[in-house]
Design a protein around this ligand. Structure first.
Ligand code: NDP
Length: 284
């Protein structure tokens, strides 16, 4: 990492256990090129045992930050020097940012979703039905809470996981959050403004069907999916056919990258350039 050239190569990266970050690398580097930044985003395979050494190494080598994916999202916290607001509530980090000489943990999963959601609706004061209570749903729910939604109904198959998330939203954010255990076809409440598939149902399976009573989806509701491959999931297609406003999971992924680049570089990258690069890397 030499600074002997007359331009500086700043480094950010992705710490994951496998080589699953490649489309993200292409997307982030496309933004760097587009905006004339002499930065690199590199994929680094890090085992759980070596995470602490890797974080200290990134700091020693002058990294401006990095993303981290499973299984590092929780364990990385022990190696950081502070947490952003939503990361502190959800106790999970997917984006580390150097601020001064400190590595601070942020979570851009939910922020990416929110940025994408805001292109179609302002969530403040709205009623949300969120299917799922795993990592993605948790990140989304916390950001929605911080954005001032009126109510969140968590619908989850596992009661324990759903209750834990609803409890976190009530205790940490004083939110009107309730759990409905998912058994059979779920009828979405009439007053819902935003319906979100935060589960992995539909990932790599365009035929997979979310157990929802389709007739409970009303025209004008926003129907959002976290699943990004396929981009047009069966849930989104069926919701659009009922008059809902569809929002795909690729927008969440792109905007996570947008937020990360904003944190690391201070610039506001062009999401359209990033989406095109991501689509071409994913072949979608
Ligand atoms: P988790 O494993 O943490 O959670 C999975 C969730 O899906 C749980 O709530 C689980 O319910 C539920 N679920 C899975 N299968 C079923 C089923 N057959 N019936 C009912 N519920 C089911 O996964 P993540 O939260 O990390 O990821 C979820 C999805 O989000 C993935 O598809 C991932 O690719 C996507 N994602 C998208 C991002 C983006 O930027 N677009 C970012 C991050 C993730 P239970 O608790 O009962 O097991």
């Amino acid at each position: 990492m030499s600074t002997s050239q007359h331009f500086l190569h700043e480094l950010v990266g992705s710490m994951s256990q496998g080589a699953d970050g490649n489309p993200t690398v292409v997307m982030i580097e496309a933004a760097f090129r587009h905006h004339g930044l002499h930065w690199r985003y590199v994929n680094l395979e890090v085992s759980p045992e070596q995470l602490g050494d890797a974080v200290r190494g990134a700091k020693a080598m002058g990294f401006r930050g990095f993303n981290c994916s499973l299984p590092h999202k929780v364990s990385v916290i022990a190696h950081l020097e502070g947490l952003g607001e939503s990361a502190a509530v959800m106790r999970a980090v997917n984006c580390v940012v150097r601020r001064g000489d400190r590595f601070i943990g942020e979570n851009t999963d939910g922020k990416g979703f929110l940025k994408s959601l805001r292109t179609v609706i302002d969530p403040a004061g709205k009623s949300v039905v969120l299917f799922g209570a795993g990592g993605a749903a948790r990140a989304i729910a916390v950001e929605l809470g911080l954005a001032g939604v009126r109510r969140i109904t968590i619908v989850n198959r596992s009661e324990a996981r759903g209750a834990e998330l609803a409890g976190l939203l009530r205790d940490a954010l004083r939110l009107d959050a309730r759990l409905e255990v998912w058994r059979g076809e779920h009828a979405v409440a009439e007053d819902a403004d935003i319906v979100i598939n935060g589960t992995s149902i539909g990932l790599y399976d365009g035929g997979a069907r979310l157990p929802i009573a389709l007739e409970s989806l009303r025209p004008g509701m926003v129907a959002a999916d976290v699943v990004f491959n396929p981009v047009q999931t069966r849930f989104l297609i069926e919701a659009a056919s009922r008059g809902c406003i569809p929002l795909d999971g690729l927008g969440m992924l792109v905007n996570q990258g947008v937020v990360g680049i904003q944190y690391w570089t201070g610039i506001d990258p062009d999401p359209a350039v990033m989406r095109r690069a991501l689509e071409s890397a994913m072949g979608v």
